[in-house]
Design a protein around this ligand. Structure first.
Ligand SMILES: [Zn+2]
Length: 228
């Protein structure tokens, strides 16, 4: 569940794993699907809108928080990037995000149909650029067999940062039931989530954000009604 960002420190920047963190603090991960969390990387948790991917640094920070890119790869890409290069990739990430938001908003609330496949062509073009490979590694979990096949990726340029995002979006359209994709009912909230609750009765991005606000509003309405 989403937690409020920590109070702003002196210069608003801190380092974690050698990466200068963006000033925006904790991003929002309430989508219950990485593809939706990507759409939720711009949101209005309080009075003002925060875009966690508003710059190259923001993109690195968000990818790190989302665990989509290993810390070593983020560090290497950051060290090798030319001036302005990461900001341009962040631009592309925002374009991808808003294109995908249009797709999800248009089709959410009912099963996704095969006829929609052609609309996903831009995503297929991104996936074509992927450079994945496998590596045999030691099994981390307590499994009966000692070895595991791990999916890896070449990180040859900052552009590669878009590939795990593309993979998350592709997994989302291929594995998620679009009938369960909902927009938070908060009046000014833009957050999206997949409702995986048993009763399919989830209405809010989170109780901490919109759920409690709605409860308080209902309480105020009841008080007012009693006074009249
Ligand atoms: Zn909300």
């Amino acid at each position: 569940m989403w937690k409020a960002p920590p109070p702003a420190a002196g210069d608003n920047r801190q380092t974690r794993m050698g990466i200068v963190m963006d000033r925006h603090g904790s991003a929002i991960f309430v989508g219950d699907a990485p593809g939706l969390d990507f759409l939720n990387s711009i949101a209005t948790p309080a009075d003002s809108t925060i875009d966690w991917i508003d710059s190259g640094e923001g993109l690195l920070d968000w990818l790190s928080q989302a665990h989509l890119v290993p810390a070593e790869a983020l560090k290497a890409i950051r060290a090798q990037a030319l001036p302005g290069e990461l900001d341009r990739v962040a631009d592309q990430a925002r374009t991808l995000r808003e294109w995908f938001r249009g797709f999800v908003r248009k089709h959410k609330g009912r099963p996704l149909r095969l006829e929609r496949l052609s609309e996903l062509e831009p995503l297929n073009r991104l996936l074509e650029r992927d450079q994945m490979f496998g590596r045999i590694v030691a099994q981390r979990k307590a499994e009966p067999l000692p070895l595991a096949l791990q999916a890896m990726r070449h990180w040859r340029s900052p552009q590669a940062l878009l590939l795990p995002v593309g993979e998350a979006l592709a997994r989302f359209v291929c594995t998620e039931d679009f009938s369960l994709v909902k927009a938070c009912e908060g009046p000014v909230c833009t957050l999206l989530f997949a409702d995986h609750t048993r009763g399919r009765a989830r209405r809010w991005c989170s109780m901490a954000l919109c759920g409690n606000r709605a409860k308080q509003a209902a309480h105020r309405r009841r008080l007012k009604a009693q006074q009249h």
